[in-house]
Design a protein around this ligand. Structure first.
Ligand code: URA
Length: 234
C-alpha cells in the first residue's frame, strides 16, 4: 500500500509549495474521505482515499508524462539562469516540481520530447539496451548517396572512434533523410553525417518508439501521455 503525508500529496498533485499546501490544509479547504482535515501530517493512501480541495476531487497521479513538440532555440533542461528551457514551456495544468526532459535534443533540434518526473522510466527510455527506435527527419547541406545509406546500416564509426549501432537511413529527397537510431549519443546524428562532411541544416524528431507527434501539436505545445501508452514504450 502506498502511503503519503497529506501535505506532500497536496503539494505534488496541485503543484504548489509545501507552505502553500500547509495553508490550504489549515484553512480547511482539504477533505479526506468526506471529512475536513487540518492535520497536515496525516498519512493517507493516495490510491484509495478520496481527497478534495475546494470541493474538487483530486485524481492521484504518482508521475506525469508529457509529450512536447520542442521548438528551436529552447534548451533541453529543467532550469537555466539565463535561457529558456523546455520545462519553462510546460503549461500550468501539467506543471509539477521535479520535471525534466527524457534525454536531450540540441537547442536547434525540434520535435518530440518527453518530459516527466519519473526517473526510472526516463532511465529505461534513454538506455541503449532498451533498443527504442527514435526517428528523425534531417535536412542536409549536401546529397545523400548509397554509400552513406550502407554505412549507416553497418554502424558508423564517429570521428573520435565511437562506434554507433546500426541505423536506418531512408532518402526522402536528395538532401532530406529519415533516420532511425536506437541510442542517443551526444549530437549523434550531426556527428554521423559529419563523417561524410555533411552538415545538418535542420533536425526534427518525429517519433520515439510508438509515440508520434500529433499533427495538431504546434511547436512549444504539450499533451499528457496516458499511462497505458507509457507502459507500451519499455
Ligand atoms: N542527434 C543530434 O545530432 N542532435 C539531436 O538533437 C538529436 C540527435
Amino acid at each position: 500500500m502506498e502511503k503519503l503525508r497529506l501535505d506532500k500529496f497536496i503539494s505534488s498533485q496541485l503543484n504548489v509549495s509545501r507552505n502553500e499546501a500547509h495553508l490550504a490544509i489549515k484553512k480547511g479547504t482539504v477533505t479526506v474521505n468526506g471529512e475536513v482535515i487540518r492535520d497536515r501530517s496525516l498519512i493517507i493512501n493516495p490510491n484509495a482515499d478520496k481527497i478534495t480541495h475546494n470541493g474538487q476531487a483530486i485524481t492521484y497521479k504518482k508521475y506525469i508524462y508529457i509529450l512536447m513538440n520542442k521548438p528551436s532555440g529552447v534548451l533541453s533542461a529543467s532550469n537555466d539562469k539565463n535561457r529558456h528551457t523546455v520545462v519553462d514551456l510546460v503549461p500550468p495544468n501539467l506543471k509539477r516540481q521535479g520535471l525534466f526532459p527524457v534525454g536531450r535534443l540540441d537547442k536547434d533540434t525540434t520535435g518530440l520530447l518527453i518530459i516527466t518526473d519519473d526517473g526510472e522510466f526516463a532511465h529505461r527510455v534513454i538506455s541503449p539496451k532498451s533498443n527504442i527506435p527514435k526517428c528523425y527527419l534531417a535536412e542536409l547541406d549536401g546529397d545523400i548517396n548509397d554509400e552513406i545509406i550502407a554505412r549507416f546500416s553497418e554502424g558508423i564509426v564517429l570521428a573520435d572512434g565511437t562506434k554507433c549501432k546500426p541505423a536506418e537511413l531512408c532518402r526522402v529527397s536528395k538532401n532530406v533523410a529519415r533516420i532511425t537510431i536506437t541510442e542517443g549519443k551526444y549530437h549523434q546524428i550531426k556527428r554521423m553525417f559529419g563523417v561524410f562532411d555533411l552538415g545538418v541544416n535542420s533536425l526534427h524528431r518525429e517519433s520515439v518508439g510508438h509515440l508520434k507527434l500529433p499533427k495538431e501539436l504546434f511547436f512549444g505545445q504539450c499533451v499528457e501521455i496516458l499511462s497505458k501508452d507509457v507502459e507500451l514504450l519499455c
